[in-house]
Design a binder for this molecule. Structure first.
Ligand code: GLV
Ligand code: MN
Ligand code: MN
Length: 410
C-alpha cells in the first residue's frame, strides 16, 4: 500500500509539468490559466476517489467535501493554493491540498466519519502571480473581498472579468456557522525546522504584508546625445529606489524584509534613456506597526530620490494584510498530535503569506509547517522529503481526532 504522505509528494510532482504548467519548461501555474483548470480536473478526480463530493465555487476554487456522521454539520476546512509563482517549486501550495485529500482518503478507507464535515479547498490566487492583488479567492470565501479589487488586468491586459463572472464572485463566501476551523499544511519555505532537525512545526502566526506598485516617470531621450546632467532617467531613479528599500530593511530588525520582485522598463531599448519604469515593493514584518514604519521610511526616500532627479513618482498600494495569529487552542491540539506521533512539538512564525491569514477573519486557524531542504522555496530547487510529508499526515489525522474529542455540536 502506498503511504499517503509519499503519494501527496508524488502527486505534486505529477502536477509540475504540462498540461498542468503554463510553460513547457518548469512550473508556472497562474490563476485561471488552462493549466490551472487541467490541474483542477486532476484534483477533482483524486478528491472523488478519496470519497468526497466535488464542486467549484464562483471564485473558481475547487472544493471536496467529506460528510460528517450527522447531516449539515459545520466543516473543518483543510486548504492551500493550486496557483504558483513563475518558475516555481513543486510543493508551495499543492502539498497542503494533497495532504488534505490524503486525510480524507485515510478516514474514508477506515470507514471513519467525524462529528464535523471535512472540506478540502484548493484556492486559486494566493501568489498574486497573475493579478496584482493576491489571495482573491480566499478573500471571497472569508467574505473580506472589496469588489473594487476585482477590477484588475493581468500583464497581457486580460481583465479578470473576462475570465470569471465578477458579479457572482462574492457568492463564494462561507457563512461563519458553516465553518468550524481552518487547517493548512505548508512547506516552511525557510531554514528553521531543518536547523532544529525537525520534520514539522506548529505555526504561531503569519507576518503582516504590504505590497505596492510604483511608477517612475522621466524623459525618454537619445542615449548618444543626451548629456548626463540633462537626463531625467527613470531606470537610474528606479535603481536608486531599489537600493534605498534594501538599505531600510537591512538596517531594521530581523523580521523586517523588503523586496522588489518585478521591475519593468517601458519600451526599453539599449539606445534610449528611459522615460518610464515600474516596479513592485513588498514589505513585511511580524507586527503591522514595524512594517508600516519601514514602508513610510522607504516611500519617503523614494520621494526624495524622485525630487533630486526631477522624476515623477506614483505609488499605488495593492495589498495590505495585517499580521495573523493562529488560534491558541488549535496550536495546542497540533502540539499534542505532534507528541502523539512521537515528534517533538516546536513552534515557529511564518514570514511567508498564506491563505490562512485571510481565513483567520472567518474562523480559528491552524498551520502546520513541513521542513524543506535548505529552506529553499519560490525556486524550482524546492525539495520535501516524502517521509516528512508522511509525518505531517499523521499529525493532521491526530489533530482531527483531538478536534473530534473536543467538538461540541451545540
Ligand atoms: C506567498 O508565497 C508570499 O508569501 O508572498
Ligand atoms: Mn508562495
Ligand atoms: Mn504558498
Amino acid at each position: 500500500m502506498v503511504e499517503g504522505g509519499f503519494r501527496a509528494v508524488s502527486r505534486c510532482d505529477e502536477l509540475a509539468v504540462q498540461p498542468f504548467s503554463d510553460s513547457p519548461e518548469g512550473l508556472t501555474r497562474t490563476y485561471l490559466s488552462p493549466a490551472y483548470y487541467a490541474a483542477q480536473d486532476k484534483l477533482a478526480q483524486w478528491m472523488a476517489e478519496a470519497g468526497m463530493s466535488v464542486r467549484r465555487d464562483a471564485a473558481m476554487n475547487l472544493i471536496g467535501r467529506y460528510e460528517a456522521s450527522a447531516p449539515d454539520a459545520p466543516a473543518l476546512i483543510i486548504g492551500s493554493h493550486l496557483d504558483s509563482v513563475r518558475n516555481a517549486g513543486h510543493y508551495d501550495g499543492p502539498l497542503g491540498i494533497m495532504l488534505g485529500i490524503e486525510v480524507v482518503a485515510a478516514l474514508s478507507s477506515a470507514g471513519v466519519r467525524m462529528p464535523f464535515a471535512i472540506e478540502v479547498y484548493a484556492f486559486g490566487d494566493e501568489e498574486g502571480s497573475r493579478f496584482p492583488a493576491a489571495m482573491l479567492t480566499s478573500r471571497a470565501v472569508a467574505g473580506t473581498l472589496d469588489p473594487v479589487t476585482l477590477d484588475v488586468a493581468d500583464r497581457d491586459g486580460v481583465m479578470l472579468g473576462e475570465l470569471v463572472d465578477i458579479a457572482a464572485y462574492p457568492s463564494a463566501k462561507r457563512a461563519p456557522e458553516s465553518v468550524l476551523a481552518y487547517l493548512e499544511a505548508h512547506i516552511e519555505q525557510g531554514p528553521v525546522l531543518e536547523a532544529q532537525g525537525l520534520a514539522i512545526g506548529t505555526v504561531t502566526g503569519i507576518a503582516a504584508q504590504l505590497r505596492f506598485e510604483i511608477e517612475v516617470g522621466g524623459t525618454a531621450g537619445h542615449a548618444g546625445t543626451t548629456a548626463m546632467d540633462l537626463r531625467r532617467d527613470a531606470v537610474a531613479g528606479m535603481a536608486a529606489m531599489v537600493l534605498a528599500a534594501e538599505s531600510v530593511a537591512t538596517a531594521g530588525p530581523a523580521d523586517l524584509v523588503a523586496t522588489v520582485g518585478v521591475v519593468q522598463v517601458h519600451l526599453g531599448a539599449a539606445n534610449v534613456v528611459s522615460g518610464k519604469c515600474s516596479f513592485t515593493l513588498d514589505v513585511r514584518a511580524g507586527v503591522a506597526t514595524r512594517r508600516d514604519a519601514a514602508a513610510d521610511e522607504i516611500l519617503r526616500l523614494f520621494r526624495e530620490i524622485a525630487n533630486l532627479r526631477d522624476l515623477c513618482l506614483s505609488v499605488r498600494k495593492v495589498h495590505d494584510l495585517p499580521a495573523s495569529p493562529c488560534d491558541p487552542a488549535l496550536m495546542d491540539l497540533l502540539d499534542k498530535a505532534t507528541g502523539a506521533a512521537s515528534q517533538t512539538p516546536f513552534r515557529l512564525v511564518s514570514g511567508a503569506g498564506h491563505d490562512a491569514m485571510i481565513m483567520a477573519t472567518l474562523c480559528p486557524t491552524a498551520m502546520l509547517f513541513i521542513r524543506c531542504r535548505g529552506g529553499v522555496s519560490h525556486n524550482p530547487a524546492e525539495h520535501v522529503d516524502p517521509a516528512d510529508a508522511e509525518v505531517a499526515l499523521r499529525v493532521m489525522l491526530g489533530f482531527i481526532e483531538q478536534l473530534g474529542a473536543t467538538f461540541d455540536p451545540a
